[in-house]
Design a protein around this ligand. Structure first.
Ligand code: GDP
Length: 309
């Protein structure tokens, strides 16, 4: 299946969770009897209730035979290297901005990293239904922000969507049409975001997110850069210097399928997956096939590069 990996970048309360819920709904990721009320990226309560880790940090939808993995980015600046590693998994980003509030300082940090990594974001002006919305001014503010962050001409020439995540529509014009729902957003992602990066060679994946699951133990999530991996396969983990940290068997591979993480039988290059079964490998380590000796380049973990504005 074709793949696109994107990040959604938004200041808190600008409507990311609401939009992702609607994306899942409109792409048919939910069966009819499944409850959408369970919010995807804020799933702490549900997680506690079920006693399992579904705090997925990512979700995926299928649109026109293409799987779109949508990765959550931390809104805060105090994780050295984490934002870069997460953005390194994706080839595109949606910068979601509240039509009344405009771009906020917290968004600036993540946007600066996205631009520095060469991503060409789509800008989505959200909550256009707000009576105090000022979408045209906000677009100018976003342009000024990109320019101040040394965006390239290509990045400054960003595609724009306007809409209301709550009302379930996005369009290239402020007036709509509203009746096409989020189709214009999905179509723009397929058109504007390049297919998931894939390299030649045996299985390699940079550990990007570390989580603990009461049943599966340690789970490491990342984008598979090359090759493929299967459950029961013996793999090894290299640190950033290339030193082997451990060798072990993959007990489960999980991929983002709609609202949940589901076990899969084959993890393929380009996809973002979670691997269970290893006991030491962590963030910034390379998970790879036994014949590999070269780690993937990782952003430094320390010190955090925090600048407050
Ligand atoms: P997040 O923090 O970015 O995940 O934001 P949420 O999705 O939780 O939304 C924050 C608040 O904005 C909630 O009260 C939502 O109901 C509201 N909201 C989300 N989308 C829209 C929208 O399109 N229009 C309006 N008016 N409110 C919205």
């Amino acid at each position: 299946m074709n793949l696109r990996n994107i990040a959604i970048i938004a200041h808190v309360d600008h409507g990311k969770t609401t939009l992702v819920d609607k994306l899942l709904q409109q792409s048919g990721a939910f069966r009819e009897n499944q409850r959408v009320a369970e919010r995807v990226m804020d799933s702490n309560d549900l997680e506690k209730e079920r006693g399992i880790t579904i705090l997925a940090k990512a979700t995926s939808v299928v649109w026109k035979d293409t799987r779109i993995n949508i990765v959550d980015t931390p809104g805060h600046a105090d994780f050295g290297g984490e934002v870069e590693r997460i953005l390194n998994m994706v080839d595109g980003a949606i910068v979601l901005v509240d039509a009344a509030e405009g771009p906020m300082p917290q968004t600036k940090f993540v946007v600066s990293k996205a631009l520095a990594l060469g991503l060409r974001p789509i800008v989505a002006i959200n909550k256009i239904d707000r009576p105090d919305g000022r979408p045209t001014e906000v677009i100018n503010e976003v342009f000024d922000l990109f320019a101040a962050l040394d965006a390239t001409d290509d990045q400054l020439d960003f595609p724009i969507l306007y809409g209301s995540g709550r009302d379930g529509w996005m369009a290239v014009s402020q007036e709509g049409p509203k009746d096409q729902g989020l189709a214009p957003l999905f179509d723009l992602v397929l058109e504007h975001v390049p297919p998931a990066k894939v390299e030649e060679g045996p299985f390699r994946m940079l550990g990007t997110i570390l989580q603990a699951d009461p049943f599966l133990g340690r789970i490491v999530t990342g984008r598979i850069s090359s090759g493929s991996v299967k459950p029961n396969q013996t793999i090894k983990v290299l640190d950033r210097e290339g030193k082997m940290i451990e060798q072990g068997r993959v007990s489960k591979i999980l991929a983002f399928r709609g609202i949940e993480r589901s076990p899969i039988e084959l993890g393929e290059a380009g996809d973002i997956v979670s691997i269970a079964g290893l006991t030491k490998g962590t963030v910034a380590d390379t998970f790879c096939a036994l014949e590999n000796d070269v780690p993937l380049p990782a952003q430094p973990i320390d010190p955090p590069t925090v600048t407050m504005s």
